[in-house]
Design a protein. Structure first.
Length: 162
């Protein structure tokens, strides 16, 4: 159950944060987001793979673990390079629109170093890309948290977003 009927946001990540600077940044955004949503971050283990068929097998295994953690009633957003690119304002509008349509949960999925299983992408409601550039998946987690925070700040009309 989400706190105070706030929007629930799940972030499902493949891979564990190890670097202190990424951990510190995530903790800061988690703290800031506490005023706007009920946030849950789930870390899933990355399956080791050397290449080719091993990568496909690993992605399928990770996909099963991801699927088991997606809340049943969530609007699912897969973070992937081939996804749609939105400005921060457009992301804020999307979140606001989903809330108006009665969505109480959003779930962002961040894959590991080999990406996200195609079956998970097919089942998602939206594919979202931050850029045509490639980023480390640990940095992507910080970036997603920051953009979610920015979306709420835009919605409230604060000076955070310039």
């Amino acid at each position: 159950m989400w706190v105070n009927d706030m929007l629930g946001i799940d972030i499902i990540c493949v891979g564990k944060l190890k670097e202190k600077f990424f951990c510190d940044a995530c903790e800061e955004y988690k703290k800031r987001l506490g005023a706007y949503c009920s946030l849950r971050i789930t870390e899933l283990p990355e399956t080791p793979a050397q290449g080719g068929a091993e990568i496909s097998r690993a992605l399928a295994q990770e996909g099963e673990r991801i699927q088991s953690k997606i809340p049943k009633d969530a609007f699912v957003v897969c973070m992937c390079i081939e996804g749609k690119m939105l400005s921060s304002e457009q992301l804020s509008e999307t979140v606001s629109e989903l809330k108006c349509r009665g969505k109480s949960r959003l779930c962002f999925i961040i894959g590991g170093s080999n990406g996200i299983d195609e079956e998970i992408k097919k089942k998602s409601d939206m594919r979202l890309s931050m850029s045509p550039m490639t980023f480390p998946h640990h940095l992507a987690r910080v970036m997603v948290l920051e953009q979610i925070y920015r979306a709420f700040k835009i919605e409230e009309g604060s000076g955070y977003h310039k």
